[in-house]
Design a protein around this ligand. Structure first.
Ligand code: MD3
Ligand code: FE
Length: 212
C-alpha cells in the first residue's frame, strides 16, 4: 500500500543557525521506552524545586555520569541523585547510540554525552523560557529527542526578549542544537491533552549533554 511510504517519514529541517531537526529519526522507540523504564526504576521521576522555591510542572530524572539538579541552592550537575543518594543510573547503550548518530549527522562526530536529562510532561506541564548554560563545555551541542504527545516548542535568540519561533515537536523528532543556537532562549508551551499510541497521555523528552 502506498501509505507504507509514510510509515517512517524522514526529513531534515534547518531551524536556525546551528540547529537542525531530524524528523522521524527515532527508529526504535520501544527500545528507548524500555531503557527509560530501567533508568526510572532506579532514579524515579520527581518534581524538583526551582531556585525560587516553585515546584516544576515537568517531572525529571537522568542518567549518565551526572544529573541535572535544581533546588533552593540553585542549578547544577551532580554525580549523586539527591533522592536516592546513589550515582545516577548508567546511560543505556540505546540512548548513547542514538545521540551519537544524530550528532554525527549534524556535523559533531566527536560528540560524547556524559549526561542525559529525562523530562516527563503530563497534560498542562510546561517549561518556562530559559537558557541551558550549566554545562562547562558550550562548544558541544545538546541533542534532544521527543517521544509521545506533540509539543509546541518556543525558540528565541540570545536575549530573553527577542522574537520567538514556534516549532511543533512530535514523537520521533531529534534536534541537534549547536553553534549559535546553543545559548538560545527556549521553552515548551503547556502540553495539550491527547493520547499517544505508545506513551498514552504524556510527552517524554531526552536531552543529551556534555557537562564537563
Ligand atoms: C536549545 N527541554 O531540558 S528540548 C531542557 O522539550 C529543555 O523538554 C525541552 O529545554 C523539552 O533544558 C526542550 C529542546 C532543547 C533542549 C536543549 C537546548 C533545545 C535547546 C539547549 C540549547 C538550545
Ligand atoms: Fe533547555
Amino acid at each position: 500500500m502506498m501509505l507504507d511510504l509514510f510509515e517512517n517519514y524522514k526529513e531534515t529541517v534547518a531551524i536556525a543557525p546551528g540547529a537542525v531537526l531530524f524528523k522521524g529519526f527515532v527508529e526504535n522507540a520501544r527500545a528507548l521506552l524500555g531503557a527509560i523504564g530501567d533508568v526510572t526504576a532506579r532514579s524515579p521521576f520527581r518534581h524538583m524545586a526551582t531556585s525560587g522555591g516553585y515546584r516544576m510542572s515537568v517531572a525529571m530524572t537522568g542518567c549518565g555520569e551526572r544529573g541535572w539538579v535544581s533546588d533552593k541552592r540553585g542549578y547544577r550537575y551532580d554525580p549523586t541523585d539527591p533522592e536516592t543518594w546513589c550515582p545516577w543510573p548508567e546511560m543505556p547503550a540505546a540512548f548513547l547510540q542514538l545521540a551519537k548518530e544524530a550528532a554525527a549527522e549534524a556535523g559533531y562526530p566527536e560528540f560524547s554525552p556524559d549526561a542525559c536529562l529525562i523530562n516527563r510532561y503530563d497534560i498542562g506541564a510546561k517549561l518556562s523560557l530559559h537558557q541551558d548554560k550549566d554545562e562547562l563545555d558550550l562548544t558541544a551541542p545538546v541533542v534532544s529527542v521527543s517521544l509521545g504527545l506533540p509539543a509546541t516548542f518556543l525558540f528565541g535568540g540570545l536575549s530573553r526578549n527577542e522574537p520567538k519561533k514556534k516549532l511543533r515537536l512530535v514523537h520521533g523528532d531529534v534536534v541537534v542544537w549547536g553553534g549559535p543556537s546553543r545559548l538560545a532562549y527556549h521553552g515548551v508551551s503547556p502540553l495539550k491533552p491527547g493520547l499517544h499510541p505508545l506513551l498514552g497521555n504524556i510527552r517524554i523528552n531526552l536531552t543529551f549533554r556534555k557537562t564537563e
